[in-house]
Design a protein around this ligand. Structure first.
Ligand SMILES: [Cu+2]
Length: 160
């Protein structure tokens, strides 16, 4: 509940007054791994809820931790599951939630400005079409429960 209050207050600070459009972030975390090092990459996961009467679109984000932030999806490319940027962003219909999760859609952080270690906390700003920016503080770094290491190494191979 304390986290929710923090997020709500951030939203109010940004908009300056009451707004009918509310977006809530819950259970946000960022993955620490052997490649979440300076110049490396990682991803942010969690739930975004559009608690308003209007459809909105997640268009991107920003954080001091990364030079490049993109919204990625998993897709079958040449017979392999790989991640790629979502063209046009990720729609969140009125009153609905989307999940950012390992093996699925995620907020990709690339060109990390410093090492990210388990236990670190970062601030992530989500940008939307149809809603104000959402600043989420205290996004905790932790290792994934496993199962998605291969898709990150696939991306690394592609870029080398
Ligand atoms: Cu990705």
């Amino acid at each position: 509940m304390r986290k929710l209050a923090l997020i709500l207050s951030s939203l109010l600070v940004l908009t300056g007054c009451s707004t009918k459009t509310e977006v809530l972030a819950t259970d946000m975390w960022v993955k620490s791994s052997e490649i979440s090092t300076a110049q490396g990459m990682t991803a942010v996961y969690g739930t975004l809820t559009n608690d308003s009467g209007d459809d909105i679109v997640l268009t991107g984000g920003r954080t001091d931790l990364a030079e490049i932030v993109e919204i990625h999806e998993m897709a079958m490319i040449s017979g392999e599951m790989k991640m790629q940027e979502i063209d046009g962003g990720l729609a969140i219909p009125a009153g609905q939630s989307i999940q950012l999760e390992p093996g699925g859609n995620h907020l990709m952080l690339m060109g990390l400005t410093q090492d990210l270690l388990a236990g670190d906390q970062i601030t992530v700003t989500f940008s939307f079409r149809g809603a104000p920016d959402l600043v989420v503080e205290g996004v905790l770094a932790k290792p994934a429960e496993g199962g998605d290491e291969e898709y990150h190494s696939t991306k690394t191979d592609m870029e080398n």
